[in-house]
Design a protein around this ligand. Structure first.
Ligand code: AKB
Length: 306
């Protein structure tokens, strides 16, 4: 029986994931650096994942055997304080690894990102294995993490599974600090009937995935037998690709009126070093990745949510 710990459980991905486990009746402890929110249903512990002793105590106290480590400072926010971002992204990951080895954790999930790529990665259609030259401290930390996954698998047979997420679209908790956040901001603005100023150029194409597909990807990769995974780093996945202008038009064609002004800022420079499209065939082959939400399905479901 899995006894799950989630770090960063109050973030965009964590909030959705802990709810899925709770609703399925799986034993799950949500942890985050903030005080316990009033509306959380599953068990909660306040945890600064930089503190290895506190992490170890929680793992021992609840006899945890599976960890989802979701703590991260995202791409755009990370650039404001690269030293702090590196510390949070990498030291928490090393703490998870250290505690996992000590406590014989059977599986860990850790999200990577399309931020690992760079101008040398064939951005029009990024292969699974390619040259990687990230330009943000977030991307550099994700690439370092991918290398560590491989290293700790070779050295200790530590089973860390990972996906390179594109922008994740959801209407619940907002991500905060990513380059792909524009898409969520645009959805919220259109629901409120407000104008929106987009921080990327209207023709900047980026890969995206809807939250429900992101969660089913995590569940699939964590459920498959380890022997089916042909790599011990991180898998590309893709829901669909879009540009801000295409997304705006799709919102309009679904009956929501939205006026968008385009005013690119420093985030455009980061987006220019990220994939436009990518090859996710290895994820399909190894663990059955099969997205259900394209652009239109995503817009329809997102705009129908409260
Ligand atoms: C970001 O924009 O930083 C994230 C990501 C693609 O990893 N959403």
């Amino acid at each position: 029986m899995d006894r799950i710990l989630i770090t960063g459980a109050l973030g965009q991905l964590g909030s959705a994931l802990q709810k899925v486990f709770y609703d399925k009746g799986v034993f799950v402890i949500a942890t985050d650096i903030r005080d316990c929110p009033k509306d959380i249903e599953c068990q909660y512990e306040k945890l600064d994942a930089l503190c290895q002793d506190d992490l170890l105590n929680i793992v021992k106290k609840y006899e945890i055997n599976v960890i989802y480590h979701l703590v991260a400072i995202l791409s755009a926010k990370g650039e404001k304080n690269p030293f702090r971002s590196w510390k949070i992204n990498m030291e928490t990951f090393q703490n998870i690894i250290d505690v996992s080895i000590k406590c014989k954790i059977k599986k860990i999930f850790w999200p990577s990102s399309i931020a690992v790529f760079g101008k040398g990665s064939n951005l029009k259609y990024v292969p699974q294995n390619t040259f990687m030259d990230p330009t943000t401290v977030y991307g550099v930390s994700k690439l370092a993490g991918e290398k560590l996954i491989n290293y700790y698998f070779d050295k200790y047979k530590l089973d860390i599974r990972s996906i390179r997420f594109p922008g994740i679209i959801s209407m619940g908790i907002k991500p905060g600090g990513g380059v792909t956040d524009y898409i969520i901001e645009m959805l919220h603005a259109s629901k409120k009937g407000e104008d929106y100023t987009c921080f990327l150029d209207k023709d900047k194409r980026l890969p995206m995935v809807y939250m429900e597909d992101a969660i089913s990807a995590i569940i699939s990769i964590m459920s498959v037998e380890r022997s089916k995974l042909s790599i011990s780093s991180s898998y590309n996945i893709l829901g669909f690709t879009t540009t801000p202008e295409e997304f705006q038009l799709a919102i309009k064609s679904n009956g929501f009126n939205i006026a968008v002004n385009y005013k690119a800022d420093y985030r455009q420079k980061i987006a220019n070093t990220w994939p436009e499209n990518l090859d996710d065939n290895l994820a399909k082959k190894d663990w059955g990745w099969s997205p259900k939400f394209g652009l239109d399905e995503t817009i329809k479901v997102a705009l129908s949510l409260q």
